[in-house]
Ligand binder design. Structure first.
Ligand SMILES: [Zn+2]
Length: 170
């Protein structure tokens, strides 16, 4: 048997993000793209930096000030500056292009948790009656318990994700 040499982990499987207060929309899209992205409306620069350090998340920010803080400026904390004035789709494309992020199974758009399939009967009460009629596949967030299904809302999201996938070189 070959000895295990070097890193056996695939580093890009682990990549997670911490988004600044302005990037709530991007956080949601990154989750739909398959990545765990933390976001809080009222987070300060320092809290954000501490969160990124503690949970080893890549910091995403449109705030130039944060890139002058030593930890970020000197590259001790992986970070990517997101130019202002882009659409959310544009932001997602920008991140995918710069960090080479392949698309993965979607995560919970509310919190970034992993989604697991659940049986329709188990969540029957939580499904809108009209949706029950035509959909059988349901997913639940392991972290916050939110229920998801691939309804019309998801189909719109899916179209956007496909646009992004087509515009980003692999
Ligand atoms: Zn969730």
């Amino acid at each position: 048997m070959m000895p295990c040499v070097g890193q056996d982990k695939e580093p890009d499987r682990e990549i997670r993000f911490a988004c600044d207060a302005m990037l709530g929309g991007l956080a949601r899209w990154l989750r739909a793209w398959g990545y765990d992205a933390a976001w809080r409306r009222d987070i300060s620069d320092w809290e954000l930096i501490r969160l990124a350090q503690r949970e080893r998340r890549v910091l995403l920010s449109s705030d130039q000030g944060i890139f002058r803080i030593g930890w970020v400026r000197d590259g001790d904390l992986p970070a990517l500056w997101i130019p202002q004035g882009m659409s959310r789709q544009g932001q997602l494309e920008y991140v995918c292009r710069h960090l080479h992020l392949p698309r993965r199974e979607p995560r919970c758009m509310r919190c970034g948790g992993a989604l697991v399939p659940v049986r329709k009967e188990e969540v029957w009460e939580r499904i809108p009656p009209k949706t029950r009629l035509w959909l059988d596949a349901y997913y639940q967030c392991q972290r916050c318990g939110q229920l998801f299904w691939e309804g019309t809302h998801w189909q719109r999201i899916e179209r956007t994700l496909q646009h992004v996938a087509e515009s980003v070189p692999r």
